[in-house]
Write a protein that binds this ligand. Structure first.
Ligand SMILES: Cc1cc2nc3c(=O)[nH]c(=O)nc-3n(C[C@H](O)[C@H](O)[C@H](O)COP(=O)(O)O)c2cc1C
Length: 138
C-alpha cells in the first residue's frame, strides 16, 4: 500500500461551496482507481492522505499538484504506508474545521487558530485518523 500525505493552501480563499463538487469528483475518480483517503479543510488549508497502488496514487497526486485551486503544496510523506494503514473507509473522507469545536479531541489550537501547517508527518496522520472518526458525508 502506497501513501502520499501533503498539506496545501487554498488559492485566494478557496470558497467552501466548492468543496462539495471537489469531493464528489474526487470520490468518483478515487473509487475507479481503488484509492482511499481523507481530506481536511481548515482556515483555507488542506491536509490530505491518499492511499492505494503506487502507480494510481502517484498519477492522482500528480494531477492534484497541478490543480490551481491550491498552492504551496508540502509533501509530508510519500512512500509505502506502515502495515494496517487506516484510511480505507472512504474513497475520500472529509472533515471541515469551521470552528474550534470541530477540532478532534487532544489537538490544540495555536493562538485560537487552527494551524494545519504545524504538523509533521506522524502528527498529521494522527490528526487525519482522529478526523476520520468524525467524518461527515458532505
Ligand atoms: C485539495 C484537493 C484535493 C483533491 N483530491 C483529489 C482526489 O483525492 N482524487 C482526485 O482524483 N482528484 C482530486 N483533486 C482534483 C484534482 O486536482 C484534479 O482536478 C482532478 O483529478 C482532475 O484532473 P484533471 O483536471 O487533470 O483531469 C483534488 C483537488 C484539490 C484542490
Amino acid at each position: 500500500m502506497f501513501q502520499v500525505l501533503y498539506r496545501s493552501e487554498g488559492d485566494q480563499l478557496f470558497p467552501p461551496d466548492q468543496l462539495g463538487p471537489l469531493l464528489t469528483a474526487s470520490r468518483t475518480r478515487n473509487a475507479a482507481a481503488g484509492l482511499t483517503g481523507m481530506l481536511v479543510f481548515a482556515q483555507n488549508h488542506f491536509l490530505q492522505v491518499l492511499e492505494g497502488r503506487a502507480e494510481n496514487v502517484v498519477d492522482t497526486f500528480a494531477r492534484i499538484e497541478r490543480d490551481s485551486r491550491h498552492r504551496n503544496i508540502v509533501t509530508l510523506f510519500r512512500g509505502h504506508a506502515p502495515a494496517g494503514c487506516c484510511f480505507a473507509e472512504w474513497a475520500m473522507g472529509f472533515h471541515l474545521i469551521a470552528s474550534q469545536h470541530d477540532m478532534p479531541r487532544g489537538f490544540i489550537r495555536v493562538n485560537h487558530r487552527i494551524d494545519l501547517t504545524q504538523f509533521d508527518h506522524v502528527t498529521a496522520l494522527e490528526f487525519l485518523s482522529a478526523c476520520q472518526r468524525n467524518t461527515r458525508n458532505l
